[in-house]
Design a protein around this ligand. Sequence first.
Ligand code: NAP
Length: 313
Amino acid sequence: MTDVKFNRLALIGIGLIGSSIARAVRKADLASEIVCSARTADSRRVAMELGIVDVAYETAEEAVKGADLVILCTPVGTYEAIAKEIAPVLQEGAIVSDVGSVKSAVVKAIGPHMPDGVHFIAGHPVAGTEKSGPAAGFAELFINRWCILTPTGDVDADALEKLSAFWSAMGSKVDTMEPEHHDLVLAITSHIPHLIAYNIVGTADDLEDVTQSEVIKYSAGGFRDFTRIAASDPTMWRDVFLHNKDAVLEMLGRFTEDLAQLQRAIRWEDGDTLFKIFSRTRAIRRQIIDAGQETPEPDFGRVHKADDKGGKA
Ligand code: NAP
């Protein structure tokens, strides 16, 4: 069995994802020491108060000294500068990884700066919420969720096995793929849905005051489900779209064509086409539930007020 215990884990950034890793690592005892670096004094203080790290440093350089596992957990637009900062002090044999939501740009931003003897393997846990910051994380975030590793070049097989075992020990299912393929898949499964949510909530916000208050009042009609996604961190998502431009534009082109097809079907009262498309999409949800990636509970398992009081919904 692979030995997944690290001596010193350095998390660069201690927001939702970094702090969830810290909690999961503590719970499963995967590192003797957990340290982090965070930009603001506030995040460093909260991380220490929560007891999820042993030391919170101001700089990434201090955090990675002596670390045998380093994971970048900041927005992807910061990765190149961090890679340059930590490169001179990385320990020989250390594994360097990340959790960024795009992969080709990340491999290009970090890879060239990694010194010989350091094993760089990019990664992306496909798990998250719309919350940010060290208080938002939880140890169970990665359980039964995929973590995609995108090793490139002549990556060391032992390092890859150890990093895979690390994510498995936190509850993840691990897959490996080419960075470019990751970006195409995630463009349609994550990036475009976020773009649509940001867009629809933005459109509603532009409506006149009276209609806008009704949008809020009647949001249970479907709108509120978009607002959860559209409440996601703006810095993180700005960086995702700037760093996965090609794949997002390709998928957006296909999305726009399909939207035009729906528009045409509505205009020409083509009920058969609408029914056919809506039936096909229902099947996709069933498959996601069967794959254990969503609850089968109606309305995402929300507890309705009457249920709270033990009455009938
Ligand atoms: P988050 O909760 O907002 O935390 C971001 C962390 O990065 C904080 O520690 C923040 O420091 C630090 N940071 C922000 N801007 C920085 C800068 N310019 N320089 C240095 N540090 C900076 O974000 P998150 O949700 O954990 O996301 C982190 C990474 O995980 C992103 O690359 C994202 O693509 C990826 N990811 C996110 C999700 C998700 O659903 N949220 C899922 C999978 C992967 P301060 O707190 O001190 O400001």
